[in-house]
Design a protein. Sequence first.
Length: 231
Amino acid sequence: MKRKVIWCAQLASVMLCALGLKFYYSTATANELRWILGPTTALVQLFSGGSFEFESYTGYMSGDRRFVIAVSCAGVNFLITSFLMLALRFLWRRRFEKVGWSFLPLTAVLAYVATVIANAVRICIALEIQRRAVEIEGLSANQLHRLEGIVVYFAFLLLLFVFTERSRTNPRRLLLFPLVVYYATTLGIPLLNGSFHQGSPFWEHFVFVLVLPLIVFVPVVIVSGYRRQHA
């Protein structure tokens, strides 16, 4: 009974951490997010060879002032999703065992590192799209930016799950876990807080977030199933 009480307390702590970070991010300025914007920008500079300067309450501005790494580029929502995926998966695997509290900071650090790398890659791709003036017929610039972000973030979420997952049984069923967590954080929370009242902009975003991860997810599941059959 004591073990179950501790497990429930740990589960509640994970959810409270995620909700607390979500609330903090909803009102945070660029100055308050330098703990994640700074390392992300440093990696972007390393990967892209560009230079960025911090402007208070704006973000990191590129040298030509055509690109800004602002609050919306912080990747905090991906950080929350990654943390939830790692922490909940760990608790589920150890649901019948005694679990120490050290998993909380460990999963938080791992999620943070993954977020900085994924976000830097996403921003570098966005910079290349801007430099090369890439266009896709039928998509606006904002829609193309959204498409790129969703694909990169979800691909990295799958990579993070595969990298940290110890069990190799029934991989197709296991891979549903990051998909469910991703949908819960990117679609479930906005639906619960009433974002659907925004009308067509929300539903356009909803369709993008619903469909694009499946385009990444389905080939991964097919390949994993094929490899398992021929192992």
